[in-house]
Design a protein around this ligand. Structure first.
Ligand code: SAM
Length: 258
């Protein structure tokens, strides 16, 4: 791709969705999130174009003109099946309206929304239809699909609803499946699914070290904190040493790679 298409990204978090677009030749010129740590992570790994702040308080005029694509992995806690109280009363469910506001004001050629699978079943599918109708009312041709990461060469069975809209009267592009079952007699056009071992198996025997180092030409970053921390993440009640967490991870990786 010669011309770099310009992207503005809402609800960017630490930049997962943005990274995918960047790796495919797009340029993210503006991004936003109101979660400080995510914004710092984004700045470290992706770039300084991310703006820290609540999107509901940011006027459209602060977002660059001539955006080709507007991205919005809008918040999903309210829609998630993991949230048993999911409902339309959850105000986080209405943040897609911010994506709508900016689609309306910035008129990107395309927009891409991303959300959890639960979005499709909430209120028997009425919610996704409402969202799609809302975007259609802005003059966009809108389609959505449930895509599974493992079908595209990611070692993870994560499913996500991807909503794509364009105002050019074109067919919305969805990627062709590239990976599938190895022994699928009826489909020989895909590569075998990638396994976790294929991607991080080489880390199984990495020793806990302070600095990054090279292994088979790849830089291995070994993040080791020096302090004891009260570790909520692993659900431990007592203080644990970060080295132990690394050992725990090593054990876990070893099991995965057997
Ligand atoms: C599902 S995550 C997005 C993940 C991201 N797209 C990625 O690929 O890594 C939703 C993000 O929306 C952010 N968010 C929620 N409400 C917001 C608001 N009012 N203004 C800005 N960001 C908000 C959260 O901090 C969170 O990082």
């Amino acid at each position: 791709m010669n011309k770099k298409y310009k992207i503005a990204s809402l609800f960017s978090g630490c930049g997962g969705l943005d990274l995918g677009f960047i790796q495919n030749g797009f340029e993210v010129v503006w991004a936003n999130d109101f979660f400080k740590e995510a914004v710092e992570t984004y700045k470290n790994n992706i770039g300084d174009h991310i703006v820290y702040g609540d999107i509901t308080q940011i006027p459209s005029s602060e977002i660059p003109e001539n955006i080709d694509i507007l991205l919005g992995g809008f918040p999903c806690q309210g829609f998630s099946v993991a949230n048993t109280k999911r409902s339309m009363e959850d105000e986080r469910n209405f943040l897609y309206k911010e994506l709508m506001r900016l689609v309306k004001d910035k008129q990107p050629k395309y927009f891409v929304g991303e959300n959890v699978k639960g979005l499709l079943s909430i209120q028997n599918g009425k919610v996704i239809e409402m969202i799609v109708d809302d975007f259609r009312s802005l003059g966009y041709d809108v389609e959505y699909r449930l895509l599974k990461a493992s079908n595209y060469g990611v070692p993870q069975n994560r499913e996500r609803v991807i909503i794509v809209g364009n105002r050019l009267g074109l067919k919305n592009p969805f990627p062709k499946i590239t990976h599938g079952l190895e022994d699928d007699l009826f489909n020989k056009s895909t590569e075998p699914y990638l396994k976790v071992k294929d991607v991080v198996g080489h880390l199984a025997n990495v020793r806990t070290r302070d600095k990054s180092f090279k292994l088979k030409g790849e830089t291995i970053y070994n993040h080791v904190a020096r302090t004891n921390v009260s570790d909520k993440f692993w659900g431990r009640k007592h203080k644990v040493n970060q080295h132990e967490i690394c050992d725990y991870l090593k054990e876990w990786r070893n099991n995965l790679c057997k």
